[in-house]
Design a protein around this ligand. Sequence first.
Ligand code: CA
Length: 424
Amino acid sequence: MISNPNDPSLQSWVPTPPDSDFPIQNLPFGIATRLADDRPFAASIIGDQIIDLHSLARLDAFHGIALPDGIFAHPDLNPFIALGRSVTRQVRERISEILRVGTVHDKFREQQREWLIPGSAVRHLLPVSIGDYTDFYSSLEHATNVGSMFRDPSNPLLPNWKHLPVGYHGRSSSIRVSGHSFPRPHGQLKPQDGPPEYGPSRMVDFELEMGFIIGKGTQLGETISTEQAEEHIFGLALFNDWSARDIQRWEYVPLGPFLGKNFASTLAPWIVTMDALEPFRTTGPEQDVPVLPYLQTEGPKTYDIALDVLIQPAGGQPSRVCQSNFKYLYWNMCQQLAHHTVNGCDMRTGDLLASGTISGPTPDSFGSMMELCWGGTKTVTLADGETRKSIQDGDTVIMRGSCVKDGVRIGFGDCAATVLPANS
Ligand code: CA
């Protein structure tokens, strides 16, 4: 009786406010624990109710789907998403069937106290164990802005930029799930005149990014073509690749980013599946330089995901400082993954590949403070009249994403973290 879980006409018996990120058409995946105990479980969410998939599985809700015992009791989603998209798709379809009005799975509704938990009664954990984190640099507007500010405004892009999706290997140990806080990082800072100094960064910045998570991995030596790429991508999650611009500026030329980037990164708690995003598929920007055959793609390969960044000072209101969209990215995920593996580099389940800062064409769509304030020559004004050129102690940066079509709105949940004063 499976009908399309993305059908806009589907209604759930779980009340879902119209502005919720999590209607029945979404059903993302994450890892949570009840506040009352520390036992992690794989979770989904509808409205503000958390779905405990381990408890559902113990009620035999996933009968007929090839799932190993205890698959939803791991501290991360890795063993589940390693099963590949055909299995994870069946699980999402079954959850949808159980939650919809007129369900044939009435007994699960009757037993809802065992597996449906108020969102306020759980804590989120990092949804996947991330072995490797790769950061691309795939926004033409971002690369142009950065190149204009720090290189040459008349020739901002390096010669390779439109021929391959530029990226670097990041660090996964300092990635935390949304809701965390971290101290302002220390490092080497180089004043305009004079020798380098050691001290707390004065230029902490956010980077608005979307990460994608590898489901099925590959062996060393194997490649993933642009046609195969979507089968290896489990889903997408909002990602803030925090940066310390003053540390970065002094350390990174001519090598890749290091301490200016690896002190903290924030991942949203929910991974929105590729299947849930299907209705929002769209075409990216025209690529005006021909690419090599291994990077060619056909048809719409990106998604229309509106993105917001808000800054909330300690004790204050959140103010939106940026509105961007995932579809602005010049390079799509299929090209990124094909390029990443073209040399035989193996992908492992749970690897995080992030887009790079997602800036759009207008100044209010720039995805970092460095661009919004154009290298410190402008300020951003918050709702209470305070101004910012960078993120201050006590500020919480909140990223949000949503897709809207045919009366359905699916969202990504908040990706939020707070900068604390530097350790003394
Ligand atoms: Ca980045």
